[in-house]
Design a protein around this ligand. Structure first.
Ligand code: NDP
Ligand code: DXP
Ligand code: MN
Length: 390
């Protein structure tokens, strides 16, 4: 029987890896919707190759190009954030959430409301609105499956286990592009240098977040929300090889580690085939050849993002939405050359400080409207702080 599939963020790193997997199994899937942003040529090519029902670009200004590229195919073309949400409401069995940033939240919620299984790469959904995402899944009988490599690893290590027996969850961090740089050099790190990941081939934004450890900061919150583990039971361990993705420690002292190649097609394929395990086109690790795996504690001075994430988990409420929005604005400013690499954490901290004064906003009910309001106010605060200086 064919499965109906939609991919949000089809033109990105996770999206193209997902398509790589489904294209290997022609006839097994009916593709409902594919969405992208500025890369309309690739989106149209994917839609034609997979005979999708509809292709949607986030940008209205690209609609004419998308329509032209799909002319005569019978594939619908649409544009804009509302059109993406509408596409997410089309019935599908399995939906990949791989838009980058807070823009991924609303389509993911819309997909969950249909009862679809949501494969969640978009970690920002859980950071900004974890309780809302989980409640929406529960209310509509939808399943949420992790795709982020560490969370897929934890999920796999927990299969068949009692969550009450978990003593700690350890997520690993490569240390990013600058893990071996002297601290004093980091202030002058360039965009090109920050955009090279030592192990993973990913989109530019998450690659820079890996270098600053904001990616791991988001993942701490993602772990807390996905698995309901107390923050003081979640640890980060620097592991330069990125082969052990996470470990789960149990009350009896056992540590279950998930080991695999640095290839997201494993985690995507696991979510695609779950609860079955099927053959996947990923490297089989030769541990004898690899020889050594290294681990070390993260240096908190080098990575202030980690302490900020712990403060966010302590605060709760909408502080995750504030944190993520401030981080996205700081990252934009770094990419555009308006602030230095090390200034990003200062911007996020200043926004958190400023917004924490507004208790009614931070502790408002976690609804999509309130998340959007906190997101918008935090972006404005971040822009002002970036413009006027810290
Ligand atoms: N890459 C990886 O290995 C991993 C990624 N993740 C997470 O998965 C998500 C996707 O990451 P990744 O694939 O690397 O990102 P990419 O930047 O490679 O791709 C992002 C996708 O989102 C689209 N997009 C960008 N902005 C918007 C917007 N405002 N509205 C709608 N669509 C938009 C892009 O379109 P276009 O390119 O056409 O402009 C593209 O399809 C992120 O949340 C990331 O943290 C998690 C673990 C690993
Ligand atoms: C592949 C994946 O899941 C990324 O989130 C990865 O974890 C990034 O690497 P870092 O460990 O450097 O953040
Ligand atoms: Mn990850």
């Amino acid at each position: 029987m064919t499965r109906r599939i939609s991919i949000f963020g089809a033109t990105g790193s996770i999206g193209t890896s997902t398509i790589d997997l489904i294209a290997r199994d022609p006839g097994a899937f009916d593709v409902v919707a594919l969405t992208g942003g500025g890369n309309v040529a690739l989106l149209a090519e994917q839609a034609k190759a997979l005979n999708a029902d509809i292709a949607v670009t986030a940008h209205e200004s690209h609609l004419a190009d998308l329509r032209a590229a799909l002319a005569g195919t019978g594939i619908e073309a649409a544009a804009g954030t509302i059109a993406i949400e509408e596409a997410a409401r089309r019935p599908a069995d399995w939906v990949m959430s791989a838009i980058v940033g807070a823009a991924g939240l609303a389509p993911g919620l819309a997909a969950l409301e249909t009862g679809a299984t949501l494969a969640l790469a978009n970690k920002e959904s859980l950071v900004t609105a974890g309780p809302l995402v989980l409640a929406t899944a529960k209310q509509h009988g939808a399943r949420l499956l992790p795709v982020d490599s560490e969370h897929s690893a934890v999920f796999q290590a927990l299969t068949g286990e009692d969550i009450a027996a978990v003593e700690r969850v350890i997520i690993t961090a490569s240390g990013g592009a600058f893990r071996d740089w002297p601290l004093e050099r980091l202030a002058n790190a360039t965009l090109a240098e920050a955009s090279c990941h030592p192990n993973w081939d990913m989109g530019q934004r998450i690659t820079i977040d890996s270098a600053s450890m904001f990616n791991k900061a988001l993942e701490l919150i993602e772990t807390r929300e996905f698995f309901g583990v107390d923050p003081d039971k979640i640890e980060v361990l620097v592991h330069p090889q990125s082969l052990v993705h996470a470990l789960v420690g149990f009350h009896d002292g056992a540590l279950m580690a998930h080991v695999g190649p640095a290839d997201m097609r494993h985690a995507i394929g696991y979510a695609l085939n779950w609860p079955a395990r099927r053959a996947l086109p990923v490297e089989r690790l030769d541990l004898a050849r690899i020889g050594q795996l290294e681990f070390r504690a993260p240096d908190e001075a080098r990575y202030p993002a980690l302490a900020l994430a712990r403060a966010v988990m302590d605060e709760g409420g909408l502080s995750g939405a504030v944190f993520n929005a401030a981080k996205e604005e700081a990252l934009d400013a770094f990419i555009e050359g308006r602030i230095g690499f090390m200034a990003m954490a200062g911007v996020v901290e200043a926004v958190l400080d400023r917004m924490s004064g507004d208790r009614s906003l931070i502790h408002a009910a976690i609804t999509l409207d309130n998340v959007r309001a906190a997101d918008q106010m935090s972006r404005l605060a971040a822009r002002e702080i970036i413009t006027t200086g810290l």
